[in-house]
Design a protein around this ligand. Sequence first.
Ligand code: S3P
Length: 187
Amino acid sequence: MAGGMSDNVILVGFMGAGKSSVGRLLARRLGRCFVETDDMITAKEGRPIPEIFTAKGEPHFRALEDEAVRLLALKRGDVIATGGGLPCQDGRVEALQALGTVVWLSGDLAALLERARRTGDRPMLDGKTREEIEALYKSREPYYAKADLSVDTTRLNPDQVAAEVWKALQARARPPQPRPPHPTASR
Ligand code: S3P
């Protein structure tokens, strides 16, 4: 598989993109281990993410993400799902690319938010207006767009997204070979 030295597959994208469910399915399909940066953080802190935000605030959570990224350097051949804000700082996507192939699970914002509402508590969305969420999304999109591959998840279920990611990874691992010259074209 193409990518950084450590051959991991790293999923990035906004909240509701399906990084956790797709990551789990993809890991199964590839026969790899599945890791989530949010799980690394909750395990270290001993409490769920919303509580970390309430008790210690966003800057503390971002510092925990920095530490999680440092620990990812130990991973080899894993499928890694990142929190929605983790890649959104200068140099971060490049740091992830050094660990493997970065895949953006993209989608229409409305579809992402609909999923995010159904799956879990997200402090970054709590109490925000639609305009504020759109602004957050717009500020993050340029970072996600640096990924090596992207799959539009808007109309797909997690199984279908995992299959699309798998296909894109295969295509990247085996780039099309140049065609041999046609016999009649040789002199
Ligand atoms: C966050 C996204 C969450 C989690 C935390 C902050 C964000 O992960 O890391 O609540 O800043 O977008 P998901 O993207 O899995 O929801």
